[in-house]
Write a protein that binds this ligand. Sequence first.
Ligand SMILES: [Zn+2]
Length: 500
Amino acid sequence: MSTSFKRSSFLSLFFLFLFCFPGKAAVQELKQYSAAIHVHSTFSNGEHEVLELARFAKERNIDVLVLTDSFLTSVTYGIWPFDRIGIRGINKRVRLGVRDYGVGRYFEAVREAQRQFPDVVILPGVEVTPHYYWTGWPWTGLKLYAFDHHFLVLGLTEQQIENLPVIGNETWDNTEKRWTLILVPLVLFLAGILLLYLGSQEKIQVGKDTAVRMRRAWALGIAIMLFALLLAWNNYPFGKFGDPYSGRPDTVPAQGVIDYVRNQDGILYWSYPEAVYPDVLMGGGTMVSEPHSEDLLLTDGYHGFEGIYGNRITATRPGQVWDQILLRYIEGWRMTAPRVTTGIDFHYFKDPGGSWYDLNGGQTILLMAEKSEAAVLEALRKGSGYATFQEPAEGLRLYDFSVETLDGAKALQGGEVEGQSPVQVHIHLDWVKDPPANNQPFQLELVRNGEVVLKVKQFLPIEFTTTEELSSGPHYFRMRAAWPRKIYDVLSNPIFVNVP
Ligand SMILES: [Zn+2]
């Protein structure tokens, strides 16, 4: 009795110890899962139904399918004071978005696909434009800017998506009321009534009788009342997100969306911050597209951005925008440090068998203990994993990228660790199966606090441990390995190290 009591109490203490100090054991249990992030279905301008996409993902061994159909695809141009009724609209009939088809239907389609393909975690995200602005005039040529500055938003409920505080989605519930927008039409309406009343006061003496004659003020009163009603209709719901007529970029509305999503515990990534499309002529004007990686610097609180996608990107180069932000973060000037994913912006199989138009060429690898929706959201929140592009797919794995302090504390990508210097950085990159026929050496760069501290150029496998002496204070490491022409590309998330 007494021995068995002792043994069981010893065992429970032992398990308690295990739970309190998961340490390396927990780190090792994380598996690598592939995610196709930024995929469009027929709920915006993608070619395939949600169900088909789920089947394609399953056929390609993709573990996670992140749908990001466009939320709103139309813009409005109006002339003051009827700035929101819109004399020109772009896109309205050309294509529709999730809001047009219904957020409920979108979620239902995803639930149905999830039922049929339980092996693939399918997330209903949306791609949103927080703000846009116009320059020029209808008669000289309108230009539309910033309509291509997009967020990918995940992890929200139907209702939270419906209430997204983005331009064009102003509702009674999601806007703060601007009293001028209410008062001006109200005062005008009352003025109209007053004019009617005054108009009815004109009395004319006809012989012995008194007649009442309508004056011009009557017509004016009616006109003013109609104008006031029209203005009220234009101003409804009496609040708005940003001014599309300021003629200049504005990140305040974008920050508003970031704060909204964060407050709802959702996830938000900036999508392709440097994508440049040719100017697009549309119904009402020209849509102009410009790189906007400064948005990454000017906003805070978002979870990350697309670090690999189908265009040239400079923000992830050593010392550039991403490193500037990460440095500001470790120095305590920023709330969050952005993570990276691969954004495939998949719409259809343009070129089957290769490149960006395949569903599995650009993969985000997530480190997770299990394959579940909650685990995916957590991995994206923390940046547990890395962005990669590979052709053919499933060619490469970053089997290890971790930092271990002198006293044995360890962190993986997206993680933070505190411990003594010097620290050891472990890297292990290899082909999953055989190298491709056109095999080439990889160029690998290890970046510490925005500076390249180690360069390696060799054929895979690359496997080594390097010892780094760190001063006391905060640091971070990240790495990239790629072929010169980036047919194979691996971009890690940062690992944060604090030396007391
Ligand atoms: Zn997209």
